[in-house]
Design a protein around this ligand. Structure first.
Ligand code: NDP
Length: 605
């Protein structure tokens, strides 16, 4: 389809009415409160099922930089610090290995929706080649381990160790980190890379604790129950079982094909269908890969980011669903531009392209799913970016298996759970195994998501400081919290289509600031109140932060459909001019050596 040709067949008003009706069905007064933190019979879901916990003596060390979280945020920060000659670092993580989400998420079919050439950080530094355009979780985990190996971070890691508190000791200008192992680590600097999707949440369905059979969350897949392996070996433990899965988000879309293949029967409980676009994966040719010139990964990252945010390049290097929709909108804006560019022109072009894209996605359901009623229930009625877009070439096909049943709850969710299974309205569904693909905490307090509190100068906690929303410079520096760096997407690049690009840039920042502080003999580095206020003022001026949520189906992208107050907008907004401008800006900021907005303080002698 030519992107500049509007499709007259789409009745925009009817579509809008349908979108609003579907949304209204799903709006709940409890918003984020509908979810539960794992406790009681589910408390074990916070434990590590993959690595045995070995008792050890508490450590009382002092390090230059403590890094909390050994996922890609922590690994990239550690690597950049080592590159900058700061090798007295210590990574701390509750997991038994590095890798973060790619350590925890071992569900069958787990893979990354972002092309590996740009998602896997530091490919050139590690000399590694992805096996395919999109790679599976075990390969991503192996890549995380390769970064740790290359930069000597395993020797500098305290794993299977949960941080319980991080407190600033102003008298010695050190952070004191306490852990569940009785450790007391003193650090000159702390970098926190705890990830945006770290804490599993459960649906607050009445009776959830009463289910009698095995039940687990996708981020703690119980292969003891299912059999099989993360590499795709058949889950023989499910062969004669009735398995239920609650949720149809990005995670469920990836594991349902494997469950459909292996379970005796599979019941998928759906509240809102995901949009499922084409995946079109293919192996990477080593001969082609060998022709790439040094510096290729930065070139690909920049190319993707420009295209994904509506800019122009000579070529689309990544060519995926993210750049496809963005290019369509861009070309439509250009084609319909009549005089000056306005926000209204952009919104109209965006809506037209989105309508066409979603019509394609709904038509794809009809083309693949043979039962018309099932196909109807699998069609998403909202804008593509209201929820995480999904890409898969086996998900919809799974519903053609006679053993797979879609239980659509018409936007209302599962009604009740009992010992023998689940209720949807007046219908009971017997189950042997129950799987929660119910996602992760996003909109809740930072301390609830990290599992520990951070206490800065004068005993002020980060939760108190951020009670009315995040306040930072670059998403990273917080006034009142000297020598602390938060690796975050918000209030920074906010490129959600390729999270790791944000993380490598943030890691480079941490390394540059620490290096400079050490070079000038500063004991404390802190953002000034003025610089933080000015940054917040810029962020709040962003049109982007106010766009696009009022007509969306609820989800964690939009505060579960509740109004986005100032707090929510601050927590989710990015740099007003977008990621490309942010990455250019932050590169200049870092390279200038001035570190504008930060104050480097030396001891008074
Ligand atoms: P999500 O939060 O996206 O999905 C949770 C699912 O549970 C939704 O379908 C939700 O329905 C459903 N649900 C919640 N409560 C109920 C209920 N009471 N009854 C029935 N259904 C219910 O979590 P995911 O783990 O799927 O994905 C989280 C994020 O992880 C993604 O958005 C993505 O950012 C990331 N991810 C990334 C991948 C990648 O490729 N890089 C792969 C997988 C995940 P409803 O939609 O109605 O709220």
């Amino acid at each position: 389809m030519n992107p500049s040709t509007p499709t007259p067949a789409i009745d925009r008003d009817a579509l809008r009415r349908r979108y609003r009706a579907e949304r209204d069905k799903r709006i709940r007064p409890d918003g984020n409160e509908q979810y539960l933190e794992p406790s009681g019979r589910y408390a074990h879901l916070l434990d590590d099922p993959y690595t045995p916990r070995i008792e050890r003596a508490p450590r009382h060390d002092e390090v230059t930089v403590a890094i909390i979280g050994a996922g890609f945020a922590g690994l990239c920060t550690g690597a950049k610090l080592v590159e900058a000659g700061v090798d007295d670092v210590l990574l701390i993580d509750g997991a038994g290995d590095v890798g973060g989400v790619w350590y925890w998420n071992r569900y069958p079919g787990a893979m990354c929706d972002t092309a590996a050439m740009i998602y896997l950080p530091m490919l050139e530094e590690t000399g590694r080649m992805p096996s395919a355009k999109y790679v599976q979780a075990p390969e991503i985990h192996a890549h995380a381990r390769a970064i740790a190996e290359q930069y000597g971070l395993f020797e500098r890691a305290l794993l299977s160790t949960e941080v319980e508190g991080v407190t600033w000791d102003g008298s010695s200008a050190r952070w004191v980190i306490r852990t569940d192992r009785g450790d007391e680590i003193r650090a000159r600097f702390v970098s926190m890379g705890t990830g945006p999707l770290h804490r599993a949440k459960l649906p607050g369905i009445p009776g959830i604790e009463t289910f009698g059979g095995p039940a687990f969350h996708t981020s703690r897949w119980d292969y003891g129950v299912t059999g099989g392996t993360p590499d795709g070996a058949p889950m023989t433990g499910l062969a004669d079982r009735r398995v239920g899965i609650i949720g149809t988000g990005a995670t469920a879309v990836q594991c349902i094909p494997a469950l459909g293949r292996d379970a005796g029967e599979l019941l998928v409980f759906q509240r809102t269908p995901s949009s499922i676009d084409v995946r079109d994966n293919h192996p990477i040719d080593p001969e082609w890969f060998a022709t790439l010139r040094p510096g290729w990964q930065r070139e690909w990252l920049t190319n993707f980011t420009i295209l994904q945010t509506g800019g122009f390049t000579d070529e689309d290097l990544v060519r995926d669903g993210w750049t496809d929709i963005a290019k369509r909108i861009r070309d439509r804006v250009v084609a319909t531009l009549d005089g000056e560019f306005t926000v209204e022109t952009w919104v109209r072009a965006y809506e037209d392209c989105d309508d066409e894209k979603m019509e394609e996605i709904r038509a794809r359901v009809d083309a693949i799913v043979t039962d018309p009623a099932t196909a109807d229930h699998l069609k998403p009625w909202y804008r593509q970016l209201c929820k995480r877009p999904c890409f898969h070439d086996e998900y919809l096909q799974t519903y053609n298996r006679p053993s797979v049943h879609l239980v659509d709850t018409d936007g209302r969710g599962v009604t009740r759970i009992d010992e023998a299974g689940v209720w949807v309205g007046d219908d009971h569904h017997d189950l042997d195994v129950l799987i929660f693909a119910s996602g992760f905490e996003v909109g809740t307090d930072y301390a609830r998501r990290t599992g520990y509190e951070t206490i800065g100068r004068d005993g002020v906690t980060l939760s108190e400081r951020w009670a009315d929303g995040m306040r930072t410079l670059h998403g990273m520096h917080v006034h009142g919290f000297p020598n602390l760096f938060i690796v975050s997407l918000s209030q920074a690049g906010n490129l959600i289509s390729n999270v790791t690009y944000n993380l490598t840039e943030a890691g480079a920042n941490v390394a540059a600031v620490v290096r400079h502080a050490l070079d000038v003999g500063a004991t404390e580095v802190e953002v000034t109140q003025e610089a933080e206020d000015a940054w917040i003022e810029r962020i709040e001026g962003s049109v982007r932060s106010a766009l696009g949520n009022s007509e969306c189906t609820p989800g964690y992208y939009n505060n579960e459909g509740r109004p986005m107050g100032r707090r929510e907008r601050l927590n989710s907004a990015g740099y007003p001019e977008g990621p490309v401008a942010y990455f250019e800006y932050i590169d200049r900021w870092r390279r200038s050596g001035q570190f504008a907005g930060l104050e480097f303080r030396a001891p008074v002698v």
